[in-house]
Ligand binder design. Structure first.
Ligand code: 16G
Length: 240
């Protein structure tokens, strides 16, 4: 229980105790945790102290709040490795989730100068502009805005994009995917993205831009993805 003589601040001790209860399943995923009043009585500390501990756990993404309903245990974040050039579909299946896609944009456009340069295209070439919301077991996880040269995939259809784009590229278009460069940055979700992702503002997101190439070095996609920061953790193996 709480040790009031300890050099560790009491709210930090309470955070630890709550973490243990979540890890042990005393408070299961999506369950309502006891109120501030109950917790302060249980731990014999002030409500202010409990509030501080809860706030920190909400910020960390371990708990979430619903207005007028209380504080709940969040699902564990998705651990996304940054080492392999995998597809969303592969990532979800590897973690035991059913991948889903909602195609909300599919058009052929002239790329702006930046996209054209990243795809190594001249002024004339057109690209597909594709916007997809990606789901894990029906929970929206990310939005992908992709640009792909029409010349490389002349037969790409909306139907193919309901499934895996990478599977289409490899199995239908018989191209070989090589490597990619990714850039990640933190941001606040924009209003339209928050709606697609069913999160309330303000919300943190992770933006990733991926430029991917075929094994012969030709770039085949520029993708700008918006990932929910409350659902994702990014992992990389690093050696020395
Ligand atoms: C990932 C990739 C994206 C790729 C997609 C293909 C990032 C940032 N994005 O989401 O570049 O187009 O997978 O997924 O990792 P699919 O084969 O399931 O359509």
């Amino acid at each position: 229980m709480v040790d009031k003589q300890s050099a560790i601040p009491i709210y930090v001790q309470i955070e630890e105790l709550l973490r243990e209860r979540i890890a042990e399943g005393t408070y299961p995923v999506n369950s309502l945790i006891p109120s501030e009043r109950d917790l302060s009585a249980q731990f014999g500390v002030s409500r202010m102290t409990v509030r501080q501990a809860l706030l920190n756990l909400v910020k960390e993404g371990l708990l979430y709040r619903e207005k007028g309903r209380g504080t709940f245990v969040a699902e564990e974040k998705m651990e996304q490795p940054l080492n392999g050039l995998t597809s969303f579909t592969e990532d979800m299946k590897a973690r035991g989730f059913v991948p889903g896609t909602k195609l909300i944009g599919f058009s052929i456009v002239q790329p702006d100068a930046q996209i054209a340069a990243k795809l190594g295209l001249d002024g004339e070439a057109s690209v597909y502009k594709i916007i997809r919301i990606r789901y894990a077991d029906n929970t929206p996880m990310a939005i992908e805005r992709s640009f792909l040269p029409v010349g490389l995939l002349p037969e790409l259809t909306e139907e193919a994009l309901q499934g895996s784009l990478y599977a289409y590229i490899e199995q239908q278009a018989h191209l070989v995917i090589g490597q990619a460069t990714q850039r990640m940055e933190a941001a606040l979700a924009k209003l339209d993205d928050a709606e697609y992702l069913q999160i309330s503002l303000p919300a943190a997101v992770v933006l990733i831009e991926r430029i991917s190439m075929l094994d012969d070095g030709r770039p085949f996609e520029v993708v700008r993805s918006t990932y929910r920061a409350d659902r994702y953790k990014f992992i990389s193996e690093i050696g020395r």
